[in-house]
Design a protein around this ligand. Structure first.
Ligand code: URA
Length: 241
């Protein structure tokens, strides 16, 4: 799938290049097919350049972020990892100690279980994009405060805008509550397809892998959620093999 499958030619023409010039083809009107082809290629390259630049900007902003107090205690920011054109995004809560140390999401014990959950639906880390509601570790792994989640949210929104996933798996109550803008217990949210407020992207909430490590009885329900996700992805034309 193309990295910027969502960009139509109007958008590209309107935004112009980085020098502020417009890129609208000029030769086509006169019927010069070769020149029109070159202009179209230039448009495409400029659009790709802007897309890559947006990624660079958001990565840099996250790495330098001081918008909440968590920057004082973090070792690393945890931007997220995976395919920048993923059809499926997984969103967790916040980095823990291992993630803070390595700068990558879900690298601890919960991450191993997450890998198995992905394997159960024929997916792998490389094919999805994994991010969290917070980019920095809350000390003692406390739940994100509403202020921390609010300050961090624009980064996640920009990642979602750039990736344009077809579906999101929300890992745990914190992710589900923030994405759906509800406070319904996770046990009542799971087992169904919801829509992310604002974007309308389908969201399937399920139990957080760390919760499943503490309470393995929940794994059967988590598996049901994964099967629901498989059906959804199939309906959306996303292959899981
Ligand atoms: N738990 C999360 O929610 N995210 C991580 O990255 C690691 C553990």
């Amino acid at each position: 799938m193309g990295q910027w499958r969502h960009r139509d030619s109007n958008e590209m023409e309107e935004s112009g290049n980085e020098a502020g010039e417009t890129n609208a083809p000029t030769a086509g009107v006169a019927g010069n097919v070769e020149e029109e082809k070159i202009s179209t290629t230039t448009l495409t390259l400029n659009a790709e350049g802007r897309y890559l630049r947006q990624w660079r900007i958001v990565r840099k902003e996250v790495s330098e972020c001081v918008l909440c107090e968590l920057h004082r205690t973090r070792k690393n920011t945890v931007f997220g990892v995976g395919a920048e054109d993923a059809d499926l995004m997984l969103i967790g809560e916040a980095p823990g100690a291992d993630e803070d140390a390595q700068g990558e999401p879900f690298v601890g014990r919960a991450g191993k279980l997450l890998d198995s959950m992905l394997a159960a639906i024929g997916m792998s880390r490389e094919r999805v994009f994994i991010a969290n509601i917070l980019k920095c570790r809350p000390p003692n792994n406390e739940n994100p405060t509403p202020n921390e989640a609010e300050k961090c949210r624009p980064y996640l929104n920009r990642q979602i805008e750039l990736i344009q996933p077809k579906a999101i798996l929300a890992l745990g109550a914190v992710a589900a509550h923030n994405l759906l803008d509800v406070e319904t217990p996770i046990g009542r949210l799971r087992g169904a397809v919801h829509e992310m407020s604002g974007s309308g992207i389908p969201v399937i909430p399920t139990y957080h892998p760390a919760y499943l490590l503490r309470r393995p009885q929940g794994k059967a329900q988590a598996f049901e959620d994964l099967m629901l996700l498989c059906d959804l992805l199939e309906d959306l034309g996303v292959s899981t093999t």
